[in-house]
Write a protein that binds this ligand. Sequence first.
Ligand code: PEP
Length: 253
Amino acid sequence: MAAPKTLIAGNWKMNGLRADGVTLAKTVAAGAPGVSAKADLLMCPPATLISLVANTLAEALRHGLVSIGGQDCHHEVSGAHTGDVAAPMLTDLGCGYVIVGHSERRTNHSEDDPMVWQKAVAAQLAGLIPIICVGETEEERDRGEALDVVRRQINGSLPDAAKAANVVIAYEPIWAIGTGRTPSLDDIAEVHDAMRALLTDRLNDGDGVRLLYGGSVKPGNAAEILALANVNGALVGGASLNAEDFLAIAAAA
Ligand code: PEP
């Protein structure tokens, strides 16, 4: 199977008021035709901005120039869960993806692999592609446990119905997120190769699952990271808040 098309996903996290969201989304969409041959673009705004961004980008969404995603979802479709957002609500707004199991959710909201599994299943049932985040702490890497952690997290959170078309995995070493530090290219390649081996073992079309790297991806390091054999894109935090940087990362694919 040919390598899956590169996906550059922007995680805006808890950033942006309405005017910022419109400006950022419009600027990214304006540059999207220039990079669309190289990469698919995904923006994951905070829940408060999804509807506005979707309306602003209606045309670009229709033409498949960009996609929109949520940053998290609840595993139930509705109910007494104050402050949470259900997967079908994201679909209803025009989302095609949702990030689940981001390390900031795992750490700040005590989410574990069974919860992430439930969220990923709920996302798929709602017609969304879950981007399942995995990655080790610095202490785990220092103890030589990075591969074990990543394998355990994938095995614990990958839905039974997973296939190349309905799941994305993002390897995000926690110590590289928002720190400006990245693993060596050899270390990224080692983890991505191990993830690919696990997925081809578990799924019929595991060689087609998009594997994203995340953690301080910037225009200056994107080309060498995206050139690695089993890296099929990037999950970008800080640099996704700057349209020029985000587009430059996509152009580096
Ligand atoms: C992230 O939060 O998913 C992330 C990769 O952040 P940053 O690019 O800022 O390290």
